[in-house]
Design a protein around this ligand. Structure first.
Ligand code: ME8
Length: 519
């Protein structure tokens, strides 16, 4: 059985979850559901990134412990995912002991590792520079190219700071990395992001710091407890610590199955953290003698009504608000899941606008899909006691192949277009063949049309189910299906044909997507 491991970034708990976080997690969930439907064994991981100076500051401001901040905010993410029909297999928190244990094992390997050039991979160095406590990072003079040494991201003055840190010797990894790209041990998508990473390598790789002495809220470095691990060692390692990297015996089984033994290992991330996932993380894994991820995919960023989303602008989109606007649990969730992956080609930046959402809802979900189901079931109930007519063969075109190919490339928008082909085809056919008229003169012909229509609907339901699991489950019931969508869907993907049970009777229910008024 093929194995597939998919991860999202672990989200910082200094922020509340918004549409951007939901985007990545929904995309990962759609892919996980699709791969399960294809019969693969899937492990889907998400979680929260909980250490660092920002958490210390927030805890101080609020007068509570760091752990309380982490527990409260981590739970917000966990609950949101549950409400958005996310079926992750695990949820890792960097404050968990299983994570700290994994980081220590990784450290044991790193501290004695040699780079491809034969130098120690980890070394200690005194470092002085301008430091932004919000970014928790030193800034180069180029980045602070403005009076007062203000951080371009936070607008706060950076402080001259001197510190002795551990460093990872990334500067020794350029040739090795070019080799990895050449032999495709790991791929970076989309192409534009791959080029961006190659550009960084071309400019010269800088060693990066992996510890902090001023921060207490972190995992102490075993042999040097004055230091804690800095974010990128602490955070990136979640992808293996969650699988039981540090465990022994049976508890290590997931690690062996999903990381060591040839699984497809895909990190789904936003474009701003590509350097860490494509350069830092693979280099650390190589130093530790561990396999690399097989794929990194970086998607684009959402703006909101044309503006950058930010707390200060007050335009942060809360996914729960969208869910409520479109009908609450079930339907509202599915509309959100559908829209974010339909509106913008995955990989590009996009703009979140209420108007675009409303237009797509009405045009594609209410008018196209909802309407086809509605009229097909109505005609069957009126003219055939709701029974699915006898099969009549017809060609399904190339939409299924296009869909499968698009999903493999994470081209969710294209995949949805292929799924909608069945719906549009159905509506065109109904208009053309007008079974409500032909039924008066040629009942057989009318039933053939309706058979084709339910077949198109059933196929569309299967292909749309990773995106809209709740509403497609409802459509499925209205088609009178007895088998689960998952079982029937998997068989359809293996055999390529849609079948109905003898005597199967449709069950028309409430409209799937009630039309919404345009204000
Ligand atoms: O970076 N549009 O966590 P984070 C699209 N803890 N996606 C967005 C987005 C937007 N406007 N805003 C956020 C971190 N995202 C680190 C990661 S991983 C080992 C450590 C999504 O809470 C996108 O996936 O800042 C981005 O990469 C992620 O949230 C950043 O989340």
């Amino acid at each position: 059985m093929k194995t597939f491991y998919i991860t999202t970034p672990i989200y910082y708990v200094n922020d509340v979850p918004h549409i951007g976080h939901a985007y990545t997690t929904i995309a990962a969930d759609v892919l996980a559901r699709w791969k399960r439907l294809c019969g693969e064994e899937v492990f889907f991981l998400t979680g929260t990134d909980e250490h660092g100076q920002n958490i210390e500051r927030i805890a101080r401001e609020k007068g509570v412990s760091e752990q309380v901040i982490c527990d409260t905010n981590s739970l917000r993410f966990r609950e949101l995912w549950k409400n958005l029909s996310i079926e992750n297999d695990d949820f890792i928190r960097t404050t968990e002991e299983r994570h700290a244990a994994g980081v220590r094992v990784l450290w044991d390997r790193l501290k004695t590792a040699k780079t491809p050039a034969g130098n120690p991979a980890v070394f200690k160095k005194k470092y002085a520079g301008l430091y932004c406590p919000r970014c928790e990072a030193f800034k180069t003079e180029d980045e602070l190219n403005q009076p007062g040494n203000l951080c371009p991201d936070h607008g706060l003055p950076c402080e001259m700071t001197e510190e002795e840190n551990y460093f990872f010797r990334l500067s020794d990894y350029a040739d090795w990395f070019r080799g990895v790209m050449a032999n495709k041990e790991m791929t970076i998508s989309p192409e534009s992001r791959r080029n961006e990473v190659m550009g960084v390598v071309q400019q010269g790789l800088q060693d990066f710091s992996i510890s902090r002495a001023r921060v207490k809220w972190g995992i102490p470095i075993p042999d040097d407890p004055e230091h804690v691990f800095y974010v990128w060692v602490d955070a990136l390692s979640n992808y293996i610590t969650a699988l039981g990297f540090a465990a022994t015996g049976e508890k290590r089984a997931l690690y062996e199955r999903f990381w060591e033994k040839g699984a497809d290992r895909l990190h789904l991330i936003g474009k701003e953290i590509i350097r860490f996932h494509c350069l830092y993380w693979p280099a650390m894994l190589q130093a530790a003698g561990l396999p690399l991820p097989t794929r990194v995919f970086a998607h684009g960023w959402w703006t909101v009504e044309g503006e950058k989303m930010s707390k200060t602008r007050g335009n942060v989109v809360d996914p729960r608000a969208i869910v409520e606007e479109y009908g609450g649990p079930g339907i509202g969730v599915d509309v959100l899941r559908y829209f974010v992956l339909r509106e913008v080609p995955f990989g590009n930046d996009g703009d979140f606008s209420r108007k675009a959402l409303l237009n797509r809802y009405n045009a594609e979900l209410a008018n196209a899909l909802g309407n086809l189901l509605n009229r097909t079931l109505q005609l069957l109930e009126k003219n055939n006691e709701g029974k699915i007519p006898p099969p009549s063969p017809f060609s399904g075109g190339t939409a299924l192949e296009n869909y499968q190919d698009a999903m493999e490339r994470l081209a969710f928008g294209e995949a949805l277009e292929s799924a909608l082909w069945y719906v549009n085809e159905g509506n065109l056919m109904m208009d053309r063949e007008a079974p409500w008229k032909t039924v008066k003169t040629d009942r057989e012909a009318a039933l053939r049309t309706l058979f084709k229509s339910v077949t198109l609907l059933k196929t569309a339901a299967i292909l749309l189910s990773p995106f809209m699991p709740a509403v497609m489950g409802e459509l499925w019931k209205q088609l009178g299906e007895r088998e689960s969508l998952e079982t029937a869907g998997s068989r359809f993907l293996r055999e390529g044909v849609v079948q109905f049970a003898p005597g199967q009777t449709v069950q028309k229910g409430a409209p799937l997507f009630p039309r919404k008024e345009v204000k």
